[in-house]
Design a protein around this ligand. Structure first.
Ligand code: SAH
Length: 394
């Protein structure tokens, strides 16, 4: 294995078990190519960890800090097994059809790799060239660990690796029929993820417990689910006894998927449900005051990079201010931000400004994050991205 040396005084982050090594901390990368496995040494030649070299600003991602641990199939298998155990601790393996994230990158000590499981169908997504190059051996290890449970592995990285040439989405294990036809479950709610054509791996699993909360509080309420995509929140609100649910997304295809999911759960599209293809901002500006007493705002990331943070925060302020202005008295606003670069306090500040502009009385009832199948390593706080608040508006 090639070796790579840290500059003197640059050991602190490795000592704190942070899995990233920035290029500026390295002495030289001569002879090392993206995709190479490397052993990282400190300036005195002591072992620090093993991982892979990607180039770029986050030059190395560490896979192990243990000197005795080699990077081979047994390491992948151990990592998958540990990830599975952590989900088992949460009761996620009780039903064979459950949908959940099995591998969340750094949170599961597998930087650069995502694996979502929809029943027996795994969707694998690489965020680094190295994981892309290793996709077949990762699939073999996954099959060894999951055994009979695994029906198919679909590799879906053409969106997550735009900078790597020649990435194609492809079936790596099992049959494509299994991938196309899978119906998974989330807490007894059925959904068909749009694996081949949908966003991300086909379904947003990170909102699981927040959806459950919507379901618990929706009874008798008129619910507006903004940025609904395949309708996760709407399904829970309807099951929870909402009087009326309006689901809105700018994508017509999302609306088709949502209606399929409604039929899967209720036999038909319930008469109290209305699908709207449109722009969320426009709808909020034009809608009648007091028309809804529960509103869910789960927009795409408004700030994907630190450079656009200011504009992103402005977007959250505008969106939330419009919803706060229009929500009925005694209304519940579930509001989220999935921008990694927006911190909880920054988001709270944006909501504060929005409330002030809307001129409403607002109480913070609850605070939310991403579900436990997107675990954050204590050593890698950057893994936390989803934050949300439940606001009571009078
Ligand atoms: N809440 C969803 C996930 C939201 S993903 C769930 O629980 O699964 C964000 C969605 O916002 C996408 O489906 C995208 O089509 C939609 N979107 C983006 N901009 C929009 C806009 N201006 N108005 C309405 N929908 C928008």
């Amino acid at each position: 294995m090639k070796q790579i040396e840290l500059k003197a005084g640059r050991e602190a982050s490795v000592e704190r078990k942070h899995p990233w090594i920035f290029s500026r901390a390295l002495v030289s990368t001569k002879g090392i190519e993206a995709g190479d496995m490397v052993e990282v040494l400190d300036s005195e030649g002591h072992f620090c960890g093993r991982g892979y070299y990607e180039g770029g600003s986050i030059a190395v991602r560490l896979l192990t800090f243990a000197e005795g641990e080699q990077i081979d199939a047994s390491l992948w298998q151990r990592r998958f097994q540990e990830a599975l155990e952590a989900r088992k601790a949460f009761g996620l393996l009780a039903s064979p059809r459950e949908g959940f994230r099995l591998v969340y990158g750094e949170g599961d000590s597998l930087p650069g790799l995502i694996v979502d499981l929809y029943g027996g169908v795994a969707v694998m997504q690489a965020h680094t060239l190295t994981m892309h190059l290793r996709r077949r051996e990762l699939t073999e290890s996954l099959a060894t660990v999951l055994g009979e449970r695994l029906e198919a592995v679909y590799y879906k990285s053409s969106d997550s690796l735009p900078m790597v040439e020649g990435v194609v989405d492809e079936l790596l294990y099992g049959s494509i029929d299994a991938v196309e036809q899978v119906v998974a479950e989330e807490q007894g709610i059925r959904f068909s993820p749009d694996i081949l054509r949908g966003q991300k791996t086909g379904f947003f699993l990170d909102q699981r417990q927040n959806r459950a909360r919507v379901g618990e509080l929706a009874k008798g309420r008129r619910v507006l689910n903004m940025f609904c995509y395949t309708g996760g929140f709407s399904l829970y609100a309807l099951r929870g006894g909402a009087e009326r649910v309006v689901s809105l997304d700018s994508s017509p295809r999302a609306m088709d998927l949502l209606e399929d999911n409604l039929k899967l759960n209720f036999g038909e599209v319930p008469t109290c449900h209305e699908s709207v293809v449109g722009d969320a901002f426009k709808y909020l500006y034009e809608m009648e005051e007091g028309a809804f007493d529960m509103i869910i705002l789960d927009p795409p990331a408004f700030a994907k990079r630190r450079e656009v943070l200011r504009n992103g925060l402005q977007g959250y302020r505008k969106l939330n201010s419009a919803a706060l202005r229009k929500i009925a008295k005694g209304g519940l606003l579930f509001t989220f931000s999935c921008s990694q670069v927006v911190g909880v306090e920054e988001f709270r500040q944006a909501l504060f400004t929005a409330a002030l502009h809307a001129g409403r009385e607002v109480r913070v009832l609850e605070q939310f994050g991403q579900f436990a199948d997107h675990p954050v390593s204590i050593y890698h706080p950057e893994g936390s991205y989803l934050k949300g608040f439940l606001l009571y508006v009078s």
